[in-house]
Design a protein around this ligand. Sequence first.
Ligand SMILES: O=C[C@H](O)COP(=O)(O)O
Length: 248
Amino acid sequence: MGRKFVVGGNWKMNGDKKQVTEIVETLKKGPLDPNVEVVIGVPAIYLAYVQSIVPGTISVAAQNCWKVAKGAFTGEISPAMIKDIGANWVILGHSERRTIFGEKDELVAEKVAHALENGLKVIACIGETLEEREAGKTEEVVFRQTKALLPAIGNNWANVVLAYEPVWAIGTGKTASPQQAQDVHASLRNWLSANASPDVATSVRIQYGGSVTGANAKELASCPDIDGFLVGGASLKPEFVDIVNATQ
Ligand SMILES: O=C[C@H](O)COP(=O)(O)O
C-alpha cells in the first residue's frame, strides 16, 4: 500500500483564540484533499479548545510533552493529558526544542517512547544545521538522530512520521531544493532499511519541513520520497490549504 500524504501545520507559539478559530474556519472551508492526512500542532493552552472545534477529518497535535505520565514537573504536559482532551498526536524533537531548550537525542527518544506507549502518534523531527551541512555532515547528523529513536520506537513505526527539517531552512525563506530534500529522504530510507527493516523503510512517511509555501509545495511533493510536509509560518495562513492539496 502506498504511503498516505501527511501534512502537519506547526503553529509554534503563535495565535490567540480569535486567530486559531479563524484558521480552523479556513480549514473547514478548504476544501482539503480527502486523501491527505492533516495534523495541526497547536499551542498547549489551545489544545482542548481547538480539539473541540475541528472536524473529525483533522487531527490535533501537541508541540511537545514530557516523558512520564504525571508528577512534579512544573509547566509540562503529559501524553495522558493530551489524550484526555481528545488529541492523538505530538510533535517531538523539533529543532527549536533541541536548540533553544537544549533537548538532546536521548531525551527526545525518551519522550517518543513514552508518547507511543501511551497511544499517541508522533511526528519525530530531525535535521542538520547549516554548519553541519557545510561540513558535509548532513547524513551523519540525521542518521545519529534517527538511531537514537530506534529503541524508543521498537515495532511501533506505524504510529510514527519522521519530519526531516534542515535547521537552515526553518523560518528563513530558504527552502531546501526538491533535490536536496529528496536526497536526504532517500538516504534515510536506505539507512532505515539497513538499521530498522526494509518494511519500515518502505512504509514510514517522511515529511519535509522548512519554508514550505503554497508556491513551492507542489514541486517538493512530486519527489518520490517526500510524503508530506511539516509547515510552520505558512500553516497560519490560508495558503496552508494549497499545501495540503499539493499532490492534486
Ligand atoms: O515545524 C515546522 C518547521 O519548523 C518549519 O517552519 P517554517 O515553515 O516556518 O520554515
